[in-house]
Design a protein around this ligand. Sequence first.
Ligand SMILES: CC(C)(COP(=O)(O)OP(=O)(O)OC[C@H]1O[C@@H](n2cnc3c(N)ncnc32)[C@H](O)[C@@H]1OP(=O)(O)O)[C@@H](O)C(=O)NCCC(=O)NCCS
Length: 188
Amino acid sequence: MIPEQPLQDEMIQVTPELTLHAADERFVSELHQLVLKNRHWLQHSLNWPQFVGSEEDSRQNMISNRLLHQRGYAKMFLIVQRETLVGVLSFNSIEPLNKAGYIGYWLDEAHQGQGIISRCLAAFMYYYAQQGEVRRFVIKCRVENERSNQVALRNGFTLEGCLKQAEFLNGHYHDQNIYARIMDEVSD
Ligand SMILES: CC(C)(COP(=O)(O)OP(=O)(O)OC[C@H]1O[C@@H](n2cnc3c(N)ncnc32)[C@H](O)[C@@H]1OP(=O)(O)O)[C@@H](O)C(=O)NCCC(=O)NCCS
């Protein structure tokens, strides 16, 4: 069993204005509102927004994510820019033996185009590579998701292949590109 890590206030400082905060109940209301605001737009690229219900459902979801985070099977970070929640960056899953982490992200639509995800991703990968917890970083995204493919390419990931009809979204199975970047422990 993987030991539980202390989670209280776990954070990654990306820039003076940009911080990643580990999943915590104190973010539930703001996150719920951000999802509702972006729901229709996000539904073009992600399957889950249609299932978001009440704030209480979001609270239960945050509690589950927090537990997975503590146990090391996934990691969920809230992206906070100048005290405003603007998106989420996660390992949707981690394979501890393989030290492989499967990355997911989304931003508030109005906060795209500023390099927020790219900057957060760099700090996030450095943090986990330095700890020796993850060395194979993976991004899987639909071939048609141009912005997400660009995130992978912009951040030094290599296209490893195309998974046929691997992602169910809005009634269809879509081809998915798989990108990876290997980062071994970084010594300061
Ligand atoms: C995917 C998603 C997170 C990408 O957001 P993004 O803002 O384009 O990503 P980045 O942080 O890499 O920003 C890159 C943009 O900022 C600009 N930029 C400004 N400063 C920058 C910097 N310091 N570093 C990198 N890019 C910078 C780039 O020129 C680029 O803009 P452009 O696309 O207009 O040329 C966003 O489109 C999204 O939330 N989509 C919906 C959810 C989704 O698809 N998730 C992924 C599922 S696989």
